[in-house]
Design a protein around this ligand. Structure first.
Ligand code: GDP
Length: 490
């Protein structure tokens, strides 16, 4: 089963599909980012094919990004008048800004959150013909390769608004929701004063005014602003589908609705060579020889967090009930059946967690007693970081490596409401078993539920206002398994 040794096939005997069904462009040099074209050596081919329309849209986006990206005349022109008048807006005519319009993505919250918002903001850029540039002040370039050929997605450090990016918070007068609240922007004045830039606060504690972003009428206004800055930690794609003017285009791009993040993540997210080294060393050493691979992601949101017996019980209850892991016999079987013709099945279990105890207990359990199926269970946990240390380079690289490794498993069990798990399931094209949130320090019964789709959950979707009642009438948007007020595509 050493798929990775063969550069032309992926174990299935068919030639390997290094461009992922046309999702990726051939334009890149392979060595600068090994993961981009080597991922197909480690993954089974995805059963989900990108649509021709998505592929052509990506190729035109790449052209647009080359034409408008950092270092171009268009970029220079577009930044000239930006941010000279802090917080005030001048009259703007489309001529003075040039042909390109932009979106700036700001890096906030953990890595899972960040990958979900990169995908969300990128899709919004595709839909609105804007160019996406990413805030590089954190460790983004230590984690991800450039996704667009012949240009850069990194927002230049001398971008005029760089010093202000961290101040685009909830009450900031330059953010759309606050402007609406203060009546600083409305549909009658808009013709005369179009701001040169506008920020959006789409963080989990956002309010009704911020949620107006998801309204059709507001979109027609926002369209005219040359620069948009997104301060977000939410996977907001499900609600873009509920905006009528986007729905037709989205259906053409993604005829299979639940594949949105799957394709976008495989297009955008390519770990740097350093992270790829971590991924491939783990995989080749601990996972490649197994007959079956199970991933278990343990995220503990309670305070204090750490090891809890009820969480351990819940993981076992879920995995055993769903036949993902065998039971353990209390004592050695009376007759030892040695089957010489066939060696027992080797099952690798990848555990990802900030804490070491979950995998330690699991490993001991399958050592102390024999498994009921005769399977050999090998448990592996790459790191034990103990607490979240976002923006520390090596910590974030480990987190990315582990998310990616989870996505290479055959089955995964994930923790509720965790964006870390959402990214893994989407990249992998996997419908996870989601562990329900524990209540009162007890394991819930049932312990877990199979996800209806591999899509991430929009954990704080706008359910009222202009999008009220839309969920009821839209068959492909459902409430999430792990968050009754969240929305996901199915
Ligand atoms: P979420 O908080 O579960 O939605 O996921 P995020 O990825 O946004 O934030 C959690 C952060 O904590 C991660 O990015 C990591 O920095 C760290 N973390 C949480 N769980 C793990 C884990 O299993 N492995 C590693 N290496 N880091 C983790």
């Amino acid at each position: 089963n050493h798929q990775f040794h063969n550069a032309t096939t992926n174990g299935s005997g068919k030639p390997r599909d290094k461009l992922l069904g046309g999702l990726l462009t051939e334009e890149f040099d392979e060595d600068s980012c090994l993961s981009r074209y080597q991922s197909s050596l480690y993954r089974k081919p995805s059963p989900y094919k990108p649509s021709k329309y998505l592929i052509s849209k990506l190729r035109s986006y790449e052209k647009l990004h080359k034409r408008c990206g950092p270092g171009t005349k268009a970029y220079k022109k577009a930044t000239e008048n930006l941010g000279r008048h802090d917080g005030r807006y001048e009259n703007y005519s489309s001529k003075s800004v040039g042909e390109c319009r932009y979106i700036v993505w700001i890096a906030v919250y953990g890595l899972g959150n960040r990958i979900l918002t990169l995908a969300s903001v990128f899709l919004y850029a595709l839909l609105t013909e804007r160019v996406m540039l990413v805030d590089q002040r954190k460790d983004i370039s230590d984690l991800f390769c450039e996704p667009f050929p012949g240009t850069s997605w990194l927002l230049p450090l001398d971008f005029p608004l760089t010093d202000q990016l961290d101040s685009f918070n909830k009450e900031d007068s330059r953010c759309y929701g606050t402007m609406l609240k203060n009546h600083a922007m409305n549909f009658t004045t808009i013709e005369s004063i179009i701001p040169s830039y506008l920020c959006f606060y789409l963080i989990h504690d956002y309010e009704d005014h911020d949620k107006m972003f998801f309204c059709e009428r507001d979109q027609s206004l926002i369209m005219q602003v040359p620069w948009l800055v997104f301060n977000t930690n939410l996977y907001f794609i499900p609600s873009l589908w509920l905006i009528p003017s986007f729905q037709t285009e989205l259906s053409k791009l993604f005829p299979q609705k639940e594949t949105v993040f799957h394709h976008l993540a495989r297009y955008l997210i390519h770990p740097t060579n350093q992270v790829w080294g971590m991924i491939t060393r783990s995989y080749n050493t601990y996972l490649s020889r197994a007959d079956e691979r199970l991933g278990i992601q343990v995220r503990v949101f309670s305070k204090p967090a750490g090891y809890f017996q009820h969480v351990m019980n819940q993981i076992l209850a879920c995995a055993q009930r769903e036949k993902l892991l065998p039971e353990v016999f209390a004592s050695e079987p009376q007759v030892i059946v040695t089957n010489t013709s066939r060696s027992p099945k080797l099952k690798a279990v990848l555990v990802t967690s900030l804490y070491p105890e979950y995998s330690e207990k699991l490993r001991s359990m399958y050592w102390e007693g024999p498994s009921s199926t005769g399977e050999m269970i090998q448990v592996y946990q790459p790191s034990q970081e103990m607490y979240q240390q976002t923006d520390k380079k090596l910590h974030d690289q480990k987190a990315l490596a582990e998310i990616y490794l989870l996505s290479l498993m055959d089955y995964i069990v994930t923790s509720d409401s965790s964006t870390f798990g959402y990214v893994a399931q989407g990249l992998g094209g996997l419908k996870p078993w989601i562990l329900y949130k524990p209540k009162n320090h007890t394991a819930p019964d049932p312990p877990c539920v199979r996800a209806v789709s591999m899509e991430p959950c929009f954990l704080r979707a706008p359910l009222y206002g202009c999008q009220a009642k839309k969920v009821k009438t839209t068959p492909f948007v459902k409430y999430c398994e792990d968050r009754i007020t969240g929305l996901k595509l199915v």
